[in-house]
Write a protein that binds this ligand. Structure first.
Ligand SMILES: NC(=O)c1ccc[n+]([C@@H]2O[C@H](COP(=O)([O-])OP(=O)(O)OC[C@H]3O[C@@H](n4cnc5c(N)ncnc54)[C@H](OP(=O)(O)O)[C@@H]3O)[C@@H](O)[C@H]2O)c1
Length: 260
């Protein structure tokens, strides 16, 4: 299948990196910023001079531009995307908005995260109720090259935006905090980063692969009255969990306020 990518920014380029790792190079790429198209070319993808040129060569299109420019980007390709699949990565841009902009295309929404570059994204996919099965299969198969795919209703995709879409930044933020703490007690930064990231991937395996619950992991480490328990008690007294919930809520409120 031939693909087009419109918008080769932070997410778009990460998608290309993942597709390249999966050996899928049949993608025509356009971005208004020529230097980003050149970057895509250096990975072996086909550079295009316009979004129309990219779309005309493809059966399916990934639109990966900011929500504020979705409308303009759709206008540019509307009449050459007839009967083609258009997969939008844009946050807060509903299927009904996309359908109104692209009435003669099959529209689908996805919410991946930047771990697409490592083929380790969790991608949520939502579609209109009348989307043909073969169209959905195409969309799912593209994102399966980039990690795991879950087909969900649109409201869950919206919620997931501030969980798994934003998630890599939260995890990096947490890692930053752990590294800072490690350095403050005398570890050098390089070792602190290695300890933090490998601990993160080990803990993630316990939760995601070994099937341990979060409580089981905590209980397996934090002996009552011990050192980890002391650290966790301190985090609780600082209301870190509440702060985190508040942060996600604020992001979600913002998403709902810009939803189009
Ligand atoms: N970044 C993430 O982790 C992430 C995760 C999930 C979903 N998303 C969603 O994915 C979309 C892209 O996000 P991003 O972070 O990759 O944004 P980004 O870095 O700003 O990338 C968007 C790219 O599209 C270009 N562009 C603007 N108008 C265009 C047009 N008409 N035709 C072709 N290219 C155009 C932009 O160029 P200029 O910068 O020159 O305008 C930019 O290079 C957003 O809607 C976002 O909500 C992002």
């Amino acid at each position: 299948m031939k693909l087009a990518l419109i918008g080769c920014g932070r997410l778009g380029f990460s998608i290309l990196q993942g597709l390249s790792r999966a050996g899928f190079l049949d993608v025509s790429v356009f971005d208004v910023d020529k230097s980003k198209v050149d970057k895509a070319k250096s990975l072996g993808f086909k550079p295009c001079q316009s979004s129309r040129e990219a779309v005309e060569q493809a059966e399916a299109v990934i639109l990966s531009v900011k929500p504020a420019v979705v409308e303009q980007a759709c206008q540019e390709i509307r009449d050459c995307c007839i009967d083609k699949l258009l997969i939008s990565t844009a946050a807060a841009t509903t299927l009904s908005k996309l359908k109104s902009l692209m009435p003669q295309s099959y529209v689908v929404r996805v919410m991946p995260n930047i771990a697409v570059s490592q083929n380790s994204s969790i991608t949520l996919l939502a579609h209109p109720p009348d989307a043909p099965e073969e169209v959905l299969e195409k969309a799912v198969n593209i994102f399966k090259l980039l990690g795991e795919v879950l087909v969900v209703d649109e409201e869950d995709l919206e919620r997931a935006t501030v969980i798994s879409g934003s998630g890599p930044a939260y995890i990096a933020y947490f890692t930053e905090a752990l590294v800072k703490a490690a350095v403050s007690i005398g570890l050098n930064e390089q070792l602190a980063l290695k300890l933090s990231t490998l601990t993160l991937s080990g803990a993630s395996k316990l939760l995601a692969e070994a099937g341990m619950s979060t409580r089981e992991v905590i209980d397996a480490v934090a002996t009552p009255g011990g050192l980890t328990a002391k650290a966790l008690e301190t985090l609780d007294s600082l209301k870190l969990k509440e702060g985190f919930t508040q942060a996600v809520l604020e992001a979600y409120k913002k998403l709902l306020s810009i939803r189009q």
